[in-house]
Write a protein that binds this ligand. Structure first.
Ligand code: HEC
Length: 293
């Protein structure tokens, strides 16, 4: 019998399990105060989350990746999100996530909730944990303090550096995934197009005739803007020209419907981002995650 099974049986029979494996049953770890969380460094927390967690999790409203979407995680039971196939370790944990509980897990990912399926290579270092939890609370809808105004804080404003270095998370998010536009107008069938923003400034799509170009406007005064012009849509007016602050596109979020904008007359344009692309449209690689942030 594998050790894992022995521990599970021992747990079920109430025989007492090894001290290390039983940690989480000992009750709530020391609370982390709301003030400490509210005052923590959101930007550092975001960088740590992007580097260590975002490959497998979205934290704003979004899709499951290899790990479950974490929106609302601090108001749900461990392992309870519908449609996600959790390990028994999480399903049977029997408590709600709190910042203190999650900090304890991230400090000891293997032994807190023994036999869980979250394969992270190492514990989250102590210096990052509070910041990461603070960022996660803001993004998952659990914070009762305002979102810090840091839209552009991760941009390195050195115009001689390539965009990939100046805006790494924006770059990784937009240049290697799919943007989906769904045009709605009363009385008309929905019209959906998938668009690919390419690193050479071109925009291609899955629909014949739809293409365009993009550029970044960064005069050092206002926030850096991502601007694009698209043409060839089969619905009026057939073109789209927009500028969006880069900060708004920096946090990986995957969902078919992330934003809505007003289009032509009573048209509504839904925009969303889906992970990946049908096939690599170019050889460039995302920049390494430790530069993200
Ligand atoms: C390699 C992919 C991967 C990485 C990286 C990863 N996770 Fe996970 N995460 C998972 C999987 C898979 C599960 C479900 C585990 C299970 O069922 O045992 C999970 C579960 C969770 C849960 C529980 C969700 C719930 O509803 O109970 C939280 C919270 C979480 N992860 C946070 C994080 C944080 C914070 C990081 C970064 C430090 C991180 N994860 C990094 C894959 C990952």
């Amino acid at each position: 019998m594998k050790l894992k099974n022995v521990l599970m049986v021992a747990g079920v029979l109430g025989l007492g399990v090894s001290a290390e494996a039983a940690d989480y049953r000992a009750g709530e770890p020391p609370a982390i105060s709301r003030d400490a969380l509210a005052k923590a460094d959101y930007v550092k927390g975001r960088a740590a989350f992007q580097a260590r967690c975002s490959a497998c999790h979205t934290v704003g409203e979004g899709a499951d990746l290899a790990g479950p979407n974490l929106f609302g995680v601090f108001s749900r039971k461990v392992g309870a999100k519908e449609d996600f196939d959790f390990s028994p370790a999480l399903k049977n944990a029997g408590f709600n996530w709190t910042p203190a509980r999650l900090a304890a897990w991230l400090a000891d990912p293997e032994n807190y909730l023994p036999n869980n399926n979250m394969m992270i290579p190492e514990p989250v270092p102590e210096k990052d944990r509070l910041n990461m939890l603070s960022f996660m609370m803001v993004e998952s809808g659990a914070a009762d303090w305002p979102r810090p105004a840091v839209a552009n804080a991760n941009a390195v404003r050195d115009p001689t550096k390539p965009y990939a270095e100046r805006f790494p998370s924006f770059w990784n998010h937009m240049m290697f995934n799919t943007v989906r536009y769904a045009f709605e107008r009363p009385g008309q069938a929905e019209y959906i197009v998938d668009v690919y923003y390419n690193t050479d400034g071109s925009v291609t799509s899955n629909t014949k005739g739809v293409d365009g170009f993009w550029h970044i406007k960064d005069d050092g005064k206002g926030p850096a803007m991502f601007c694009y012009a698209l043409q060839g849509f089969a619905v009026e007016p057939g073109v789209m020209v927009e500028c969006i602050p880069i900060g708004a596109m920096s946090i990986p979020r995957f969902n078919e419907r992330l934003w809505k904008s007003k289009g032509y007359k009573d048209q509504v344009i839904n925009g969303g981002i889906l992970p990946g692309r049908p096939q690599a449209s170019e050889p460039a690689k995302p920049v390494s995650p430790d530069k993200t942030g």
